[in-house]
Design a protein around this ligand. Structure first.
Ligand code: BTN
Length: 245
């Protein structure tokens, strides 16, 4: 069954954040549509994406049954990875309520049993941020290319039953709305750390083709990851790929 846009509109009618909702059956990328429209409180949802955008120019496979959406909001402070973390916390809280053991890997991976179930791509344009969220919801793992099947999962795969995509989306938007309107970085970080699997681990960071290894010691108030390298140098990362050793 397709996403029920009317149900979403009814459930979000009292939202203090969402002003406009656009729904598409098949488009290149919800982030790109959001970028063209750019209104604060804009929500763009797609049933499928032709060229879903992952981080670092990667393709994000977006078949039918997933939840692919982008939210545009005004920055309420200088852009930092905190918006990514805020969105990650919102998704993790909602997935946890489904009874699943969900974890967050800095800066934007949402994992269940060490497999990726959701990714977030935030793009900054002037005073707005586009928060693009992709969740593998009611997708059979066979729908993914063979090389990804060992590292991804879906909510349906984990639960053994389908999940109501409209309720999932609305609950995530409500969590984001609560955090965005308060924008209390300590609270965002505290919530992030409750799901985090990156801290106190030895990690490898890939930055511009250079690999840096060290202990992930903290996430600072900007949402940046602090790493202590083997030569005891303290390094701060705002955006990069991290793998846990
Ligand atoms: C990642 O690489 O982990 C980030 C993936 C982000 C995918 C979502 S799906 C909805 C939105 N539109 C896009 O084109 N990308 C994001």
């Amino acid at each position: 069954m397709n996403i029920d846009l009317n149900k979403i509109k009814i459930l979000l009618k009292d939202s203090k954040l969402i002003q406009q909702i656009f729904y598409y059956e098949f488009i290149d990328s919800t982030n790109d549509i959001a970028k063209d429209l750019m209104g604060h409180g804009l929500l763009v949802i797609a049933e499928r994406q032709r060229r879903g955008k992952g981080r670092r120019g990667r393709l994000w496979i977006s078949p039918y049954g997933g939840l692919w959406f982008s939210l545009v909001v005004k920055l309420n402070r200088i852009c930092t990875p905190l918006y990514n973390l805020m969105a990650g916390v919102a998704v993790a809280k909602v997935i946890k309520k489904l009874g699943l053991n969900v974890c967050l890997k800095w800066p934007n991976d949402i994992l269940i049993n060490n497999k990726k179930v959701c990714g977030i791509l935030s793009e900054l344009i002037k005073d707005r941020i586009i928060i693009g969220i992709g969740i593998n919801v009611n997708i059979d793992i066979q729908e993914f290319p063979i090389d990804l099947r060992g590292s991804v999962t879906s909510l349906m795969n984990e639960l053994g039953n389908e999940v109501d995509r409209e309720e999932l989306l609305v609950n995530i938007i409500k969590e984001i709305e609560n955090m965005y309107l308060k924008f209390d970085e300590n609270e965002i970080l505290k919530n992030w750390k409750a799901f985090d699997i990156t801290l106190n681990k030895y990690v490898k960071v890939l930055l511009n083709d250079k690999v840096i290894e060290g202990l992930a010691i903290d996430i600072d108030n900007d949402g940046a990851l602090l790493i202590k390298t083997s030569s005891n140098e303290l390094m701060r990362f705002y955006s990069c790929d991290v793998s846990i050793r």
